[in-house]
Design a protein around this ligand. Structure first.
Ligand code: ADP
Length: 163
């Protein structure tokens, strides 16, 4: 089975990576699809997010990185699968994810959303938390792939705590 794992990945964290790795072991093919959402102001542009994801999954043969804009259902329709994978951390994720999955189903009855539960140690981990810590020059080494840690340092290198 081929699955599409969509998200912002701004930037990819070890929580995302854990889902991608486990998906690659349990499904034939995984397409990680970066949402180019014009209404959100991302820290990293799509090109940067794609580069960091590619670097992070380079040892996983059945994982591909792609990007899309607009509705997920339209992107899924153009692909050769109907299965979307999302990660679940806490109850608040469940509420949002349930709403999104039902909205997608109402737009395209053929779409199926599967959920993979986060590893216990990553339930607190999100791209926003990582950005928050990194913006104050905190250490996020254990939370993100090496390439992301380096890129975060570069992004925030000219910001000082007293600013
Ligand atoms: P979005 O803006 O679409 O929620 P994210 O990049 O924040 O994009 O998340 C993409 C997917 O990865 C979502 O399904 C989210 O629940 C999941 N996810 C994010 N962080 C983790 C984590 N630490 N553990 C497991 N799943 C996660």
């Amino acid at each position: 089975m081929k699955v599409i794992y969509p998200g912002s990945f701004d930037p990819v964290t070890n929580g995302h990576l854990d889902i991608i790795k486990r998906a690659s072991e349990n499904f034939d093919e995984v397409i990680v699809a970066i949402l180019d959402n014009k209404s959100k102001k991302p820290l990293f542009n799509v090109k940067e997010r794609k580069y960091m994801l590619k670097e992070s999954v380079k040892d996983l043969d059945n994982v591909e990185i792609d990007s899309f804009s607009g509705l997920l259902v339209e992107y899924v329709k153009k692909s050769d699968t109907n299965v979307v994978l999302r990660g679940l951390r806490v109850v608040s994720d469940y509420e949002n994810e349930m709403r999104n999955a039902l909205a997608n189903k109402s737009l395209d009855n053929n779409i199926e959303t599967l959920f993979m539960v986060s590893k216990a140690e990553y339930t607190f981990l999100s791209s926003s938390i990582v950005k928050e810590i990194a913006s104050f020059h905190g250490n996020v080494e254990e939370l993100v792939p090496k390439v992301v840690n380096e890129n975060l340092k570069e992004k925030y290198k000219n910001t000082y705590l007293e600013d």
